[in-house]
Write a protein that binds this ligand. Sequence first.
Ligand code: SF4
Ligand code: CU1
Ligand code: NI
Length: 708
Amino acid sequence: MGALTDLIYKGANAVAGLTETAVNTAVEKHGSDTPLAFPDTAYFLPTIYAATGVKVKSLGDLEACVGVLKSLITNKDELGDALNAGLATAVGAEILQAIGYVGGAAPDDGGIGFVPDPIIRSLGVPLVTGDIPGVAVVLGSAADPKTVAYVVKDYQTKGLLTFLVGDVIDQCASEGVKMGLDYRVVPLGHSITAVTHVVTVAIRAALIFGAVQPGDLAGLLAYTKERVPAFVNAFGALDEVTVAAGAGAIALGFPVIVDSDLGDIQVPGALVSVTDHAETARTSLELRGIKVKAKNIDICMGFASAFEGEIIKKADTQAEFYSGNNHTVELVVRRELGEIEDGKITLIGPDIDGEPLVELPLATYVEVAGTKMQPDFEPVIERKIHHWFNYVEGVMHTGQRNLFRLRISRDAYAAGFRLRDLGKVIYHEIMDEFDAVADKCQITLITEPDRVRELLENEAMPRYRARDERLDAMTDESVDTFYTCTLCQSFAPSHCCVVTPERLGLCGAVSWLDAKATKELTPTGPNQPILKTGVIDERLGAYESVNTSVFEATHGAVSNVTLYSILEDPMTSCGCFECVCGIIPEAKGFFIVNREYAGGTPSGMSFGELASMTGGGVQTPGFMGHGRHFISSKKFAFAEGGALRIVWMPKELKDDVRARLDKTTKELHGIDSFTDKICDETIATELDDVLAYLESVGHPALALPEIM
Ligand code: SF4
Ligand code: CU1
Ligand code: NI
């Protein structure tokens, strides 16, 4: 037998043996009826479910799975067969990990363990936009901790999402790699079987976004190979089990790069030795076809999307600009070409020197000129400042416009970071992302209190107000063009959002103005105009041109879509929606659940379970994914009676949308404080109690006709 297949079978058989013993022991100890589940997923044991369609719910269900697993290990000396043994290893690892969750508590294996569904959904947008260009799995035990830390930090700077398995976790920690989901370096666990937690992420992506049917193993493998940009780096000596797990990765389409010399047992494109760690990242990205945009800004701190979630504590802060204490402004304005000087960065007022905490007002005043620059792009660019500042290692930013908090860390200050560097960041990013509309850009940072106040009062506030008025006045009726968004097709091939002024993309990240700007920036890109023609039904928001565009954009998968109905030809959902809504027939209304909410709902289902009812680019009448902002839109479920039908939402979501929702329902129906009539989890989650509450407050939905 070939050396490689031999190793794979040794490992696979070892895992099969361990799995069988563990299942038997667990059944004996806890009984076969004992429930078995990973936390917060609607996909059972995802590998088994996706590959076979079997819904494992109790320990007893595992016995049959062990049989299937063993049948996959044929011990035939063909690579294809050996890869199946790799899949068997993945199944075995999944079972072993799942047994660890019996009783409900997560096993302590030095990592986060199972990744819940909502996290996977939240990764949808950054993955499709290329903000996260790929997924690295780094496992094993490096001979020299510095090598693995070097590689992982490199991925971090490139924005990749890295999962760690094994000793590399401690090795990276000891070398000062910043870890956690916010830093895009996620420790899964020390046991090699913890690799299952990233395997199930890839597999659930196929179920969530790809509408791959459970049991369609070929479809599953095609999806992961074509659409999940992942690869594996194995550090240190390889044992059989690691090799067998690697075979599983290869079966899913993920190349495995090892740092030992495998000699002639390498498989071109799939199993490759790279002994020079300076080459590990480059070769890995190349093998998986991952392209990373270089971000070389001349500042002394790291600049990468992986730093976006970094939190800087007050004690670590050198300087703070906070609207609660000082005036603050962020403003982007369009200028004529002759009015500004390209690349000019000016600081007016003191810099951040001095004893911490330095507290100052701050105006970030950005002037952009270009033949294609439109005033409508001002807010689109302005909103990006928040992200760009956060990408800087040692800088934290929350908020926007005149209300924000910006912190610069002592570390960044000590390294030489000063206010002008913020200007450099903005200039670089505008010229990079908005080069199609920005021919020139000039940035002024102001910390002089009077100058900031003047700018705020005389220019910024009037402009913010004018913009808001324009946005408020912008209705679906007031424009002649809508836009498609097909960005998510890289994961959900038949999904298409239709973005209108009153209905933003379901991810919450693409407004009509964003789509319009993207069309200008990338004319053949994901946002294409739909000329609003051929009204079929205004109440439903049905248009011939929308249907035609969606039909084309989904390559014939979806032919009829309405803009304002949840029941009749609703828009498709991809999987990364901020909220999902469903029907409570007894209340004649809708309930809405946001992704962050982990508790129970009146439907008896969690967000994850509800979310699994829709998605994958499929239309599911009665369930719909949508953005937070859509809730207060006058077009929300307009065909079914609109926002008046909303009877239940989590408290946090209620509070978030309250002001705008109250305004909408007041204007449309003359109702005051409508949001108070909506039930939430602090009031009730059981259906009977919810109904009682709705009765007690006289919720208007109760007086409406049956919903279905
Ligand atoms: Fe994806 Fe729709 Fe958001 Fe576009 S608008 S990124 S298709 S969810
Ligand atoms: Cu999406
Ligand atoms: Ni989405």
